[in-house]
Design a protein around this ligand. Structure first.
Ligand code: SF4
Length: 90
């Protein structure tokens, strides 16, 4: 029973969430980078990109974060984006 509880907690902690940046509307202000540098960084084109560790596929603008502890910070960064360019999906 105890093992099942720990396993459940571990799975819950690792629940991934998806993050997308709309490169068309990103103005490169850097707010998300300063608020959540573990997930966002400035790309060569002056737009925010997902740090390589969390990227999925070929696009630097899409990723999946498996560290549940970063979710609130990323959501706050998304809410702070002046152009609403960040989408967080559970
Ligand atoms: S906060 Fe929004 S507009 Fe600013 S760099 Fe991040 S995604 Fe781009």
């Amino acid at each position: 029973m105890r093992k099942a509880i720990w396993l459940s907690l571990a799975v819950s902690y690792m629940a991934p969430f998806k993050v997308k940046i709309n490169a068309e509307t990103c103005i490169g202000c850097g707010v998300c980078v300063s608020m959540a540098p573990d997930v966002f960084e400035m790309g060569e084109e002056g737009k925010s990109v997902i740090v390589e560790k969390w990227r999925t596929g070929d696009s630097p603008y899409e990723g999946e974060v498996t560290d549940e502890g970063l979710k609130d910070t990323v959501k706050t960064a998304a809410d702070s984006c002046p152009t609403n360019s960040i989408t967080v999906e559970e």
